[in-house]
Design a protein around this ligand. Structure first.
Ligand SMILES: *[C@@H]1O[C@H](CO)[C@@H](O)[C@H](O)[C@H]1NC(C)=O
Ligand SMILES: *[C@@H]1O[C@H](CO)[C@@H](O)[C@H](O)[C@H]1NC(C)=O
Ligand SMILES: *[C@@H]1O[C@H](CO)[C@@H](O)[C@H](O)[C@H]1NC(C)=O
Length: 603
């Protein structure tokens, strides 16, 4: 009896403590911000975390400030109550598991989660700054509740919104709209963190940026932008590396015209296009995206992304990363040198290419079949168009790809071919670019480079994923990395969900590796029960070691080495040689081959 009374007493005093808990507040140069304390539970263990939500880090990018680089937000109206998320940036909600958030063009907010434990070092808590994905046209920081990662890992977690689509990336000419505003938003938020995170108990010298998909590409791009020196010391790139195909354009003039035309503006010159887009409401701009997607009639020029993609603006992105890699082999490159001063953790999931299955709708994916005809006349040409753009693909290259992406025990089995398209798209979009990036990063002495492959086949997936895929799809590692803090009721209409125990254990290990990396630069340190089972070795171009996350983790070597060689050496050599031979043949014109050879017009 006494025992129970004591328990009840403790419970009551705990409740009282929560109720009477002081409202957390922080004073910075710009004013005082008050937040709230939340309790969090992970694997039956309770934690507390202070959250400060919806802090404006930039002036609203509206009116004259639309299509301009962001400007820092001035002093706060005091006291600033940071207990609600800010609205998401304007976007069309098209994904199956995407809750419709409130949107506004005034969307440049960040959220901070501060653990209520002592920091691991006197200098303050390590900081993990998350950049969300969504193809630069969707998403927000709101969905990624940093509470569990922050309190279990004892780090500060920051999530942000940045401008998306046309509003974030319009690049028509340098004077009027130079593009890549979304990246400058991310950078301004990083500058905000650099200046103010100390007041929240953070250590500005231990900032790690991490992101998934387009967020991962953002992380990688911020890591090759030398003016970022001092803003962060490491980056975690989850499933999208610098040379992902189809994600860059010279400019988006064609897309801008398409939008203006669809809004019944005259598109005689770019001034007209610009003023049309400048004066359009965000709702009208988003309507063009959703109407176009709904009609299925996206013009060729805009079919890669419903909106606008990053451009080679000459400032944030000076050259295509593939050209940068090539140049860096023989010349000093400021970008690559800067990249190598930073610590990198890079990785891909087991079956990234399963993201492609969305084009077949979300029903009946279990029974999907791909015929040999579809493979040869649609999937292979689709892949080459993505990788090689306008270049005409020689027949021999097409045959090479058909041979590579065939299961030779059952070459025409439609159920084997469906697996091959997942492999094909996984390799070109994610796997080969990831390996290339880790190689470039690690190809110098004294760099800390780590590589992972997340293969675990979870019970629930971010994207429609039939069982035959059998390994992690794009986005699947996010649940474990954030300690399953997602609001599944909002995302998937599932209430009271508890992941299987093995997934929670995996999540505990991954959060430890991720936050260790943020704290010390080494995912294995500080050593703990959680991570002591497998020591994650550094990646280098010789050993090519990586960690494989599954029910039990293990160490492997040469991840996608064969695929990388196939695309980077075999296919490109054959492609170049065939193109060269064709050029010669056309130059020789009507001359017979021997005469042409003797002319020595080529050599
Ligand atoms: C805009 O695009 C939609 C979808 O493709 C189309 O139905 C509509 O007619 C277009 N409007 C104009 C003015 O071009
Ligand atoms: C590493 O760098 C050397 C020297 O720049 C270069 O020759 C080599 O190709 C690079 N290796 C890889 C795997 O990038
Ligand atoms: C959510 O699930 C409940 C119960 O399974 C169902 O009745 C409801 O229609 C679902 N809501 C949506 C929006 O799908």
């Amino acid at each position: 009896m006494a025992y129970f009374t004591a328990r009840i007493f403790i419970l009551v005093s705990l409740v009282n403590r929560f109720l009477s808990a002081e409202i957390p507040s922080v004073t910075i140069r710009l004013g005082t911000i008050s937040g709230e304390t939340k309790s969090v539970i992970f694997r039956n263990k309770p934690y507390e975390v202070d959250r400060y939500l919806g802090i404006p880090y930039a002036k609203p990018p509206t009116g004259e400030l639309r299509f301009r680089k962001p400007e820092p937000f001035g002093p706060f109206p005091e006291p600033y109550s940071a207990t609600d998320f800010g609205p998401a940036c304007p976007q069309a909600f098209i994904l199956p598991h995407q809750p419709e958030e409130k949107t506004s063009e005034d969307c440049l907010f960040l959220n901070i989660y501060v653990p209520r434990q002592e920091s691991d070092q006197r200098s303050g808590h390590a900081v993990m700054f998350f950049i969300h994905g969504g193809g630069f046209s969707m998403g927000s920081g709101t969905m990624y509740d940093g509470g569990v990662l922050s309190s279990v890992g004892n780090v500060i977690v920051v999530t942000i919104n940045y401008r998306l689509g046309l509003l974030g990336f319009l690049d028509i000419d340098n004077a009027k709209s130079s593009g890549n505003f979304g990246f400058f938003d991310q950078r301004l938020a990083l500058q905000w963190v650099n200046e103010h995170i100390g007041a929240f108990g953070g250590d500005k010298d231990r900032v790690t940026i991490f992101g998934e998909s387009a967020g991962s590409l953002s992380v990688s791009l911020q890591m090759i932008y030398p003016p970022n020196d001092g803003l962060f010391r490491s980056g975690i790139s989850q499933s999208a590396a610098l040379t992902i195909p189809g994600y860059y354009q010279e400019n988006n003039i064609e897309i801008a015209k398409y939008f203006a035309e669809n809004m019944s503006c005259s598109v005689g010159d770019m001034d007209e296009v610009f003023s049309c887009l400048r004066s359009a409401t965000p709702e009208n701009i988003i309507k063009v995206v959703s109407d176009t997607l709904a009609s299925g009639g996206m013009a060729d020029k805009v079919k890669v992304q419903p909106g606008a993609v990053p451009t080679i603006d000459g400032e944030f992105i000076k050259t295509y990363p593939a050209d940068l890699y090539r140049k860096a082999v023989n010349e000093e490159s400021k970008e690559i040198n800067f990249f190598r001063t930073l610590k990198l953790m890079n990785g891909v999931n087991g079956k990234e290419g399963a993201i492609l299955l969305m084009v077949f709708g979300s029903d009946n994916l279990e029974d999907l079949e791909i015929t040999r005809e579809q493979m040869n006349t649609q999937q292979i040409p689709g892949a080459t168009a993505l990788v090689y753009g306008q270049r005409t693909v020689p027949e021999v290259v097409k045959q090479l790809l058909i041979a590579e992406y065939t299961d030779w025990e059952n070459p025409d089995d439609p159920r084997k071919l469906r697996e091959q398209i997942v492999r094909l798209f996984g390799d070109i979009y994610f796997n080969v670019p990831a390996i290339e990036m880790s190689r470039v990063h690690s190809n110098a002495s004294d760099v800390d480079s780590y590589l992972y492959n997340f293969v675990a086949f979870l019970d629930k997936h971010m994207l429609p994923t039939p069982n035959w895929v059998g390994m992690a799809n794009h986005g699947d590692e996010l649940g474990p990395v954030f300690g399953y803090s997602f609001d599944l009721a909002a995302l998937m209409n599932i209430s009271d969900y508890t992941p299987p125990e093995w997934e929670l254990e995996l999540s505990g290990r991954m959060m430890a590796y991720w936050t260790n990396f943020a704290k010390t630069g080494d995912p294995n340190k500080p050593a703990s029960d959680v991570v002591s089972s497998v020591a994650w070795p550094k990646y280098d171009v010789t050993s090519q070691s990586y960690i494989k996350f599954d029910r039990e983790d293990s160490i492997g070597q040469y991840l996608f080495a064969r695929e990388t060689d196939f695309w980077k050496n075999t296919v490109s050599t054959v492609f170049d040689a065939t193109e060269h031979a064709q050029t010669i043949a056309s130059q020789c014109g009507s001359k017979d081959k021997q005469t042409c050879d003797k002319d020595g017009t080529y050599g």
